[in-house]
Design a protein around this ligand. Structure first.
Ligand code: AMP
Length: 121
């Protein structure tokens, strides 16, 4: 793996139990918990337990078991949270993507109309 993972990032601290989270679901390779600053009635973060910084790293370097587990966890969260009216799945990466926490995560947002994804240029 050719990236420098920061083991002190806040999601690493959640994973090792140093700081708490509002856990929604935990599986062999993934953890889902509520965002501390929710942007919608449902705002759940899903993270892999492995040390991946962003979506491209995860998709390149994670094992098939980790990837399947992660995507199934997203599916279970969607079912449990009731996203029939629609939802948004977001993965921010690095500076241009305005990623705040350098541990790969997806945001699951639902429960209200979410507007356009990006402002028109
Ligand atoms: P991103 O900009 O995609 O890196 O988003 C990081 C998200 O992590 C933001 O929506 C934050 O509100 C959220 N966040 C930061 N610290 C915590 C925490 N301790 N527990 C839950 N969510 C957090």
């Amino acid at each position: 793996m050719n990236f420098d993972y920061d083991p002190e990032n806040i999601f690493a601290k959640i994973l090792n139990g140093d700081i708490p989270c509002e856990k929604v679901l935990e599986s062999a390779h993934s953890l889902a918990f509520r965002d501390i600053r929710p942007q919608a009635p449902t705002h759940v973060l899903v993270i892999p337990k492995g040390p991946y910084m962003s979506a491209d790293h995860f998709c390149q370097w994670a094992s098939e078991a980790e990837i399947v587990d992660f995507m199934r966890t997203v599916g279970k969260i969607c079912e449990a949270e009731g996203v029939e009216d629609g939802f948004r799945l977001i993965a921010n990466a690095r500076d241009h993507g305005v990623q705040e926490v350098p541990h790969f995560h997806v945001h699951i947002l639902a429960g209200r109309p979410l507007g356009r994804m990006l402002d028109p240029a």
